[in-house]
Design a binder for this molecule. Structure first.
Ligand code: FAD
Length: 321
């Protein structure tokens, strides 16, 4: 949304630009205007953390505690998810804007096509722009019936993420990232199709990709190599989810179509009745996986934090230690 100050400060030419979602001509704090591809090139190893908009006050407090614990380790960026079917649109915009305003962190806003017309998507992009958010993760989103169910595009909406990449790029000076699926997207027919789709998104203007969480480093390497073989140099950041609950990771793995390797399952099963031991083994597994992914040349690690800081901080400390 345009605020009064921006309206007064902008000439009529830039006002038209703002309405299209382009950047304000007012000086932006440095942490907001950082472009993720540039940060990836400079960072050596990039660390990013993903949050979701909480549903209630208790969740809000837990999240902000996590944000304040993670802020001092100066992650490369943090991201905020866009709920299934666009269900958290207002909360996502509000949380991303608050992170932009009240922290030193560089936010990346997720955006999906589900349930929105192009006009509505343009409006959300405009809201991100007026909050100073420069980095957007452009996604199609899961079908309303859940991952793997048939996809029906919204009338006057977009059909695939590559179209959203092009739309966001056309609306201003955004840098745009996309999703990648090392273990094959549930609707995809093959790993080659996944690599082709990633190439299509890069050609539409995506400058980096973040993967679904992985437990098998080889699947990450296979996807990355397929993209390189297609002549694209897109940085692909692997997603990492430190396990803190066996039930939760099993559910999420099933939903996302990410196989849990037998060796991971047996290590977790061995301590399944002991929550503290699950946490400890989950952090060990994530630390080993992170080490392998970085040794394979991954440009960084994207932590699925589940709005908690402890496991992420422990993995981070192990990697630094
Ligand atoms: P697309 O790239 O459009 O791919 C969807 C399917 O269509 C794939 O099977 C692909 O192979 C196929 N396809 C793509 N382009 C074409 C084409 N041109 N022609 C034919 N077939 C094509 N979901 C949310 O709701 N909110 C979030 O915040 C969110 N964040 C995520 C963050 C990450 C890092 C990841 C990995 C996923 C996230 N998701 C989120 C889930 C994601 O939206 C779903 O997995 C969705 O089903 C796929 O999105 P996509 O952007 O990859 O879609």
């Amino acid at each position: 949304m345009l605020n009064g100050l921006s309206l007064r400060a902008c000439g009529s030419h830039s006002l038209a630009g703002m309405a299209r979602g382009t950047s304000s001509i007012l000086p932006q704090p440095e942490h907001l205007s950082r472009s993720i591809p540039r940060l990836l090139a400079e960072a050596g190893t990039a660390y990013s953390f993903e949050f979701f908009p909480p549903k209630d006050d208790v969740g809000e407090r837990t999240l902000w505690e996590a944000i304040r614990h993670l802020e001092p380790i100066r992650p490369t960026f943090v991201s905020v998810t866009y709920g299934a079917g666009g269900s958290t649109r207002d909360r996502t915009v509000r949380l991303t804007s608050r992170i932009a305003r009240e922290t030193t962190l560089t936010p990346m806003a997720h955006l999906t096509c589900v349930g929105s017309t192009v006009a509505e998507l343009r409006q959300v992009v405009g809201e991100y722009a007026s909050a100073g958010v420069r980095n957007v993760l452009a996604l199609r989103g899961d079908p309303p019936g859940g991952p793997g169910s048939p996809w029906t595009p919204q009338p006057d909406g977009l059909n695939h993420a590559d179209e959203l990449v092009a739309l966001v790029r056309s609306l201003g000076t955004f840098t745009v990232g996309v999703a990648a699926f090392p273990d094959q997207h549930p609707e995809s027919s093959s790993l080659d199709q996944d690599a082709d789709v990633l190439v299509r998104k890069a050609d539409a203007g995506a400058e980096f990709a973040v993967t679904q969480f992985v437990f098998d480093p080889d699947s990450y390497v296979r996807l990355r190599d397929r993209v390189v073989a297609r002549g694209r140099n897109l940085p692909i950041i692997p997603g990492l989810m430190p396990v803190t609950s066996f039930g939760q990771v099993r559910r999420m793995a099933e939903l996302s179509g990410t196989p849990l390797p037998a060796v991971v399952v047996s290590r977790l099963e061995a301590v399944a009745d002991d929550p503290a031991a699950i946490h400890e083994v989950g952090v060990q597994i994530a630390t080993e996986l992170a080490g392998r992914l970085l040794a394979e040349g991954a440009p960084g690690l994207h932590f699925y934090t589940m709005n908690k800081s402890l496991a992420t901080l422990e993995v981070f400390a192990n990697l630094r230690g």
